[in-house]
Design a binder for this molecule. Structure first.
Ligand code: TRH
Length: 375
């Protein structure tokens, strides 16, 4: 396959930034690293612009980082389908596009890119065909183990991470607040989390300085309520041992640099969660909450994998903190157990990343899978 092969990626933004975050990362990588002609159809350009500031919200068609971006609106999409079609997160392709796919004589591979989960059933479903509209559609599952599609990870970012130094971290964080060599540096990205007030309170009373870098978003109103003051984006407040900077939304690549620069990263959803693993530093995951509590099983499934080779005291501390952060409980006690384990958890995070690298990245695995299906 080469750059005469077109990949079409369809993305519907359900909420937040993860849907477009995953699709944009994949689109860029397929174009920049694999040399394909990539077209990204997305229904919400405003959300897209939040993570890629040069996206214009009023353009039906535009080019960005070598990817053709089309606004997926209500009117029928009259385009010739690509050779590879990716439906992200079962977003349902437009009827006009499916009709054009059926009319295409041969050589089309259609995949549904699924949500990330560490549950065992993923292994049995990854790569399976499912007849749809008279065409074969394949399920492609990201994952953490052999037999899944792996995780999205660009070669350029993995190399840049490896070359990132202590001085780079200080320069990066120094944009927001002067870096204290003896502080704990924390990035804080999560959904509305009822534990936030307790966390901010215990950081204020901490024995060591805690420097927090919080992207603007869902946590901001909660932090303002907890601290009883407005927190302007771009500003920093100091309360006891806590210094808290509120960051404007960064590009995806800049957000990676934030993760590489901190000692502990609070992340959420799917894509920031994966980025924190590539950052190879201790992380706290706020999983996307689901109505039927399905997220509890997903959280435990990941922890079982992630902590299987971690020293037991550190594993227990991280497990307990994640449970309290996600489901409530005594955050103060959990924090005091976690803090002394940061150094062991940093070593563990580096080993985890080495294992992920061995499994190959998702885009490369996807290209291999598609090649195996091309007749
Ligand atoms: O934003 P998320 O919660 O996204 C999602 C959605 O809720 C989605 O419906 C759900 O299915 C999925 O999670 C599991 O969290 P996530 O996945 O971490 O996506 C955030 C994206 O935003 C990610 O690509 C990183 C990016 N980002 C930036 O580019 N700049 C920033 O400053 C920050 C904080 C994030």
């Amino acid at each position: 396959m080469n750059n005469t092969v077109r990949w079409d990626i369809f993305c519907r933004v359900i909420d937040n930034y993860g849907d477009i975050g995953v699709c944009w990362r994949l689109a860029r990588q397929l174009s920049l690293e694999h040399g394909f002609a990539v077209r990204l159809m997305v229904d919400d350009l405003a959300s897209f612009q939040r993570i890629q500031s040069d996206i214009c919200t009023d353009q039906a068609q535009q080019f960005c980082s070598g990817v053709e971006v089309l606004h997926w609106g209500d009117s029928p999409l009259e385009i010739e389908p690509g050779e590879v079609v990716i439906e992200a997160f079962a977003c349902d392709l437009p009827a006009s596009y499916i009709a054009a796919m059926k009319a295409k004589p041969s050589g089309l591979v259609w995949l549904n890119l699924e949500y990330l989960s560490a549950e065992d059933w993923v292994l049995g479903c990854h790569g399976l065909p499912s007849p749809a509209q008279g065409l074969a559609k394949f399920f492609f599952f990201p994952g953490f183990v052999d037999g899944t599609g792996g995780l999205l990870g660009e070669q350029a970012q993995l190399s840049a991470r490896a070359a990132w130094s202590q001085a780079d971290s200080e320069d990066y964080l120094g944009q927001w607040q002067a870096v204290d060599a003896h502080s704990l540096k924390v990035s804080l990205f999560a959904y509305e989390n009822q534990g936030l007030a307790d966390l901010l309170s215990l950081w204020q009373q901490s024995d060591i300085p805690v420097q927090v870098f919080m992207p603007e978003g869902l946590l901001l109103p909660l932090a303002e309520a907890a601290l009883g003051q407005a927190l302007p984006v771009g500003g920093t407040i100091c309360l006891g041992a806590l210094s808290l900077s509120v960051l404007p939304m960064q590009s995806q690549d800049e957000y990676d640099r934030l993760l590489w620069s901190c000692d502990l990263n609070f992340v959420r959803g799917e894509d920031s969660f994966v980025r924190a693993q590539w950052a190879a530093l201790p992380l706290v995951w706020h999983i996307y909450p689901q109505d039927d509590d399905a997220h509890r099983v997903k959280l435990d499934a990941f922890l079982a994998h992630y902590l299987s080779a971690c020293p037991s005291e550190s594993a227990q501390a991280l497990n307990d903190f994640w449970q309290v952060w996600n489901h409530g409980g005594d955050l103060q006690a959990a924090w005091h157990m976690l803090l002394p384990q940061i150094s062991v958890l940093t070593t563990h995070a580096a080993l985890w990343r080495e294992n992920l690298i061995k499994r190959g990245d998702l885009a490369t695995n996807l290209v291999r899978f598609v090649n195996s299906k091309v007749k």
